[in-house]
Design a binder for this molecule. Structure first.
Ligand SMILES: O=C(O)CCC(=O)C(=O)O
Ligand SMILES: [Fe+2]
Length: 347
C-alpha cells in the first residue's frame, strides 16, 4: 500500500490555503492583507468604486431610516466580477432591527433550524425563552423521546439526548432557513415553504435592486434565505451556493454583530481568494459570475461589534422596541456573535 502523500501547503488548493491561514489559532493570523473596503478602499488592489444608479431606499423598505446614505459608496473587485460590497449600508437602527428579526421573528417554527431534528422546538423564539425570568421550560430531546426522523445521524454529544434549557439551546443555534426550506441532507429545497418575512424581503429587495442595476442581473426576489449565527470561534467552510435553479439572480447578504474575514474566490478552489473584512451593517451582493464563486467565513473577530449594538441601552428608544425583549439581552448576544442573513431567488 502506498502511503498517503503529506498535504503540504503546495498541494492544498489556493482557497484551502487561505482558509487555513485565517482559521489558525496559535499564533493567530495577521490581518494586514485583509481588504478593508469600508475604511481603506484606496489600498485594495483592483477595487473599483461603483456608481449606484438607484437609491437604496427607493421605495423605502421600512418606516424608519434604514440606509446611512441613499447612494453610499459601493465597490466591485476586478478579480471577482459581479461581486458588489456596500460597506456600512445599514444605519445603527436598521442593524438593531435586523438583529431582532434574525433572533426573534425568524428563528421560530415554521422556519427550520439546525436544532429541529433533535429537539421538540417550542413555537416561540428561543432567544425570548432564554431571557425569561424564573425556571426555564425545558425543551424535550427527540433522541430521548425516540421521535428522531429516520436517516438523521444521531449526534454523539450527550447534550442532544437530554432535555435542554432554552439558553443552552441558543448557544447551539447555528442556522435557520427562511422561505423555501433547504434540506442540508439532500441539498435541495424539499422541505416545503414558510412565508418569507415581508419586511425582511423588502429590505433585501432594496439592496438587490440598487446593486444589480450597477452590476447586472436585475431579477431578484427573496424566495429562500439562511440566517447564520456565528459565535466567536465559528467559521463557515468554503462552498458555492448552487442549488437554486436560477443562478443568474443575485444573492443578497447582510451582517450584524462581530466583524469577520470573508473569503471570495472563483469557480474552483484553485482560484486565489481575496480576504475581505466585513463589518456589522455591511451589505454584500453576489451578482453574475460571482454567484458561482467559492466563498466562506474562516474567522470571526472577537471584540469587533459596534457600540450601537453592544451598549445595553442602545435599542431602548427604537420604534419597534416594545415588540421585543429588552435591548440589553440583544447587546450581550451581539457582543459575542455575528449574524449573517442572506436571501436568494430559487426559480
Ligand atoms: O456568513 C456569511 O457571510 C456567508 C454565509 C453563506 O455563504 C451562506 O449562508 O451560504
Ligand atoms: Fe454561501
Amino acid at each position: 500500500m502506498t502511503p498517503k502523500p503529506e498535504m503540504t501547503p503546495e498541494t492544498l488548493t489556493a482557497f484551502r490555503r487561505a482558509e487555513k491561514t485565517y482559521m489558525a489559532r496559535d499564533p493567530p493570523p495577521s490581518l494586514a492583507a485583509v481588504a478593508d473596503l469600508g475604511r481603506a478602499a484606496g489600498d485594495v488592489p483592483g477595487a473599483r468604486r461603483l456608481r449606484l444608479e438607484r437609491d437604496l431606499c427607493d421605495p423605502p423598505p421600512l418606516p424608519f431610516r434604514v440606509f446611512g446614505q441613499r447612494r453610499p459608496p459601493a465597490y466591485a473587485l476586478d478579480a471577482h466580477p459581479g461581486l458588489v460590497v456596500i460597506p456600512a449600508a445599514l444605519t445603527a437602527e436598521a442593524q438593531r432591527w435586523l438583529a431582532r428579526k434574525c433572533l426573534c421573528d425568524c428563528a421560530q417554527p415554521p422556519n427550520r433550524t439546525n436544532l429541529d431534528p433533535f429537539f421538540a422546538m417550542p413555537p416561540a423564539p428561543l432567544f425570548e425563552l432564554a431571557g425569561r425570568a424564573g425556571p426555564p421550560p425545558l425543551v424535550e430531546s427527540r433522541l430521548l423521546a425516540g421521535s428522531i426522523d429516520p436517516g438523521v445521524t444521531r449526534p454523539r454529544d450527550p447534550f442532544y439526548a437530554r432535555p435542554a434549557a432554552p439558553s443552552d439551546l441558543l448557544r447551539q443555534l447555528r442556522w435557520c432557513t427562511l422561505g423555501w426550506q433547504y434540506n442540508w441532507r439532500t441539498k435541495e429545497y424539499d422541505l416545503g415553504a414558510a412565508p418569507f418575512d415581508a419586511e425582511l424581503g423588502a429590505l433585501m429587495q432594496s439592496v438587490a435592486a440598487a446593486a444589480a442595476a450597477a452590476a447586472g442581473g436585475p431579477r431578484f426576489s427573496s424566495q429562500a434565505g439562511i440566517i447564520n449565527y456565528y459565535d466567536e470561534r465559528a467559521s463557515m467552510a468554503g462552498h458555492v451556493d448552487r442549488t437554486e435553479a436560477d443562478m443568474d439572480a443575485p444573492l443578497v447578504s447582510l451582517s450584524v454583530g462581530l466583524s469577520c474575514v470573508y473569503l471570495i474566490g472563483g469557480r474552483t478552489r484553485d482560484v486565489e481568494p481575496t480576504p475581505l473584512l466585513l463589518r456589522s451593517g455591511d451589505a454584500l451582493v453576489m451578482c453574475g459570475e460571482s454567484r458561482l464563486a467559492f466563498h466562506g467565513v474562516p474567522r470571526v473577530l472577537p471584540g469587533s461589534a459596534p457600540a450601537c449594538l453592544t451598549d445595553p441601552e442602545a435599542g431602548t428608544g427604537d420604534a419597534v422596541a416594545d415588540r421585543y425583549p429588552p435591548w440589553r439581552q440583544f447587546a450581550a448576544y451581539l457582543a459575542a456573535h455575528r449574524i449573517n442573513c442572506n436571501a436568494r431567488k430559487c426559480a
